[in-house]
Design a binder for this molecule. Structure first.
Ligand code: NAP
Length: 300
């Protein structure tokens, strides 16, 4: 079995490492802070002192960190993977970052004969725990085939969407659709509420028709219950919408709806909702009218 190196042991990285260990892969990890390392070592992972040291022991080096500069740091920076990678190894970045930065990193690695795939995911921490992520992969078909058994441990749907960078572009398309749909669901809820219609009945009726969506069926009931605990955090969605708008600008394409959704999420961050789940967007829409879910929830 390939030796796996894994860097970035946060909400997503930790369960992904555990699933790889469970499937029998030898996994060596490094993380910037201690708790992620301790949890993975307790589950059977080996520990290395830096991303470079992880790369030295790895056939497949996986990164699952936050944003473009973070991936640049753990792959190309001081004590980054580039200092330890060998000619036959493959780098797989599963973070959500810029497609353009992804292509730049891949070009730097290609000089060393190291192949790279971008393989961002959708499905949240629940998908990471269950090993049912949707993985959107960009890169060479032969390299994807080599890494496929590893992807099959982490996810249920593995789709090659094009050359290197295309995985990130498709992930950003996903986030554009997520933000726009959630924004629409929140507007439907405040319309029902401010018009005196029970929002639960609205969700039931609309959710069975052409207005149905994942956002409506999964987040609608949480909004009605005022459960703003994060499945997916506002700050992370804002990072993704920034990346989507940058990518759109690079492609000479306007995304007016995404810009508007991003502004509304900025208003939510401004009132302290950055660490809330994305469904907390309802708070901003409520402030634009007279609907009051809190009072209505108490009345029911
Ligand atoms: P997270 O819990 O914040 O974890 C991020 C990890 O990256 C942490 O281990 C952090 O180290 C590490 N890291 C960040 N910057 C670093 C740097 N410059 N150098 C070294 N390590 C660094 O985030 P997450 O939820 O696991 O998300 C990881 C990626 O997956 C993100 O790109 C996110 O957009 C994407 N994603 C997340 C979800 C989700 O539902 N959470 C779903 C799909 C995709 P520390 O532990 O030291 O902070």
């Amino acid at each position: 079995m390939d030796n796996i190196g894994f860097v970035g042991l946060g909400i997503m990285g930790r369960p992904m490492v555990k699933n790889l260990l469970q499937a029998g892969y030898p996994v060596t990890v490094w993380n910037r802070s201690r708790p992620g390392i301790d949890e993975c070592v307790a589950a059977g992972a080996g520990e290395a002192a830096s991303a470079a040291a992880v790369a030295k022991t790895s056939d497949i080096f996986i990164s699952m960190v936050t944003d473009s500069p973070d991936v640049e740091q753990v792959i190309l920076g001081d004590e980054g993977a580039i200092e330890g990678l060998r000619g036959h190894s493959v780098v797989v970045d599963m973070s959500t970052i810029s497609p353009a930065v992804t292509r730049e990193i891949a070009a730097r690695l290609e000089v060393l004969n190291v192949a790279m795939l971008d393989a961002p995911v959708s499905g949240g921490d629940a998908g990471a725990i269950a090993g049912t992520l949707s993985i959107m992969v960009g890169g060479d078909r032969k390299v994807i085939d080599r890494v496929r058994p590893v992807f099959e441990v982490l996810g249920k749907t593995i789709t090659r969407v094009g050359p290197i960078g295309a995985g990130q572009t498709v992930k950003l398309c996903n986030q554009v659709a997520v933000a726009g749909t959630l924004h629409a669901v929140c507007e439907a809820l405040v319309l029902a509420q401010s018009s005196g219609v029970n929002p639960e009945r609205m969700l039931e009726a609309v959710g069975a028709g052409a207005g149905a969506s994942w956002q409506m069926s999964n987040l609608g009931p949480k909004i009605v219950d005022r459960d703003f605990a994060p499945g997916f955090m506002v700050d992370l969605l804002q990072k993704d919408l920034r990346l989507a708008l940058d990518a759109a600008q690079d492609a000479n394409q306007a995304l007016p709806g995404t810009s508007l959704s991003r502004q509304l999420f900025s208003a939510l961050q401004a009132i302290g909702g950055g660490a809330d789940g994305t469904q907390a967007l309802i708070r901003v829409l409520e402030s634009l009218g007279e609907s009051d879910f809190k009072a209505a929830a108490k009345r029911r």
